[in-house]
Write a new protein. Structure first.
Length: 263
């Protein structure tokens, strides 16, 4: 099945998306910082035919518009909701990775009638103190520099997160991260201010949690599973790039989970 690209209008600008049409239930993907919807292509191809899949580019990332300001994660949720309305998706399964998981949990908590199930890579099930520790490590932008040094800095940053296991992935993520140097700082600032545990406690739909053991958010996977009745937790591979580096494991976990949620 061919993955097509398009744009949908929202109040503040156009959101870029990838779509893999299908006759089944809608499945929406939200990417991590500072990737784009390209990170979901392998998973979408493997699941093609069973679901109508849409992967959105977050404002400030990929092909989407650049926001003037991002006051909180709720802003992303509002834009995503407008985009999904424009695409005619009223009810859907929702899957988010890292920053995408933070937006997904808020959407599931605040719009339970729309979100059929929630799958998250790297749930931010942290205390306020833990969020502050992560803020110190993941916050600032890597500013463009005339000597091009920001390209090497970004390349090395991504390598430390595991992108260097695939040259193609490493190169793609470099381009996405350099493009999103403003959006990256805005997204992280919003994520570290969000009270993820409070929103997570409100989620009533079925929940799947995933992470690789070398994902920076792996330490919070079991905590998130223990704190939500019925949540399923699955260890996959691929460091912080699971859908790219372990698509087989990710697809198997999603297929099993989604099959259990269907009537």
């Amino acid at each position: 099945m061919t993955i097509r690209k398009g744009y949908v209008d929202t109040r503040d600008g156009q959101v870029h998306y990838r779509v893999c049409p299908g006759a089944g239930p809608a499945l929406v993907f939200l990417h991590k910082t500072a990737s784009s919807s390209a990170m979901w292509e392998q998973v979408m191809r493997a699941l093609s035919g069973r679901y109508h899949m849409v992967a959105l580019d977050t404002p400030g990332f990929g092909g989407s518009f650049d926001p003037v300001d991002v006051p909180d994660v709720g802003y992303y949720c509002e834009v995503f909701t407008q985009a999904l309305d424009g695409l005619g998706l009223e009810r859907f399964h929702l899957c988010g990775h890292h920053t995408g998981a933070s937006a997904a949990v808020q959407m599931a908590a605040q719009a339970p009638a729309r979100v059929r199930s929630l799958a998250m890579f790297g749930p931010v099930q942290m205390t306020a103190g833990e969020r502050e520790a992560f803020r110190e490590r993941f916050s600032g932008a890597i500013f463009p520099r005339a000597d091009g040094g920001h390209l090497q800095e970004t390349w090395d940053y991504l390598a430390a997160l595991g992108a260097d296991r695939s040259l193609e992935l490493h190169h793609r993520e470099l381009l996405d991260t350099v493009r999103a140097w403003r959006g990256r700082a805005m997204a992280y600032a919003a994520v570290w201010e969000q009270d993820f545990p409070a929103l997570y406690a409100q989620v009533a739909c079925p929940v799947l949690l995933m992470a690789a053991r070398d994902d920076v958010l792996w330490p919070f996977l079991e905590r998130a599973r223990a704190e939500h009745p019925g949540a399923r937790a699955v260890a996959v591979d691929g460091a912080n790039f699971e859908p790219d580096l372990d698509p087989e494991g990710v697809v198997a976990a999603l297929r099993n989970f989604l099959a259990r949620t269907e009537p």
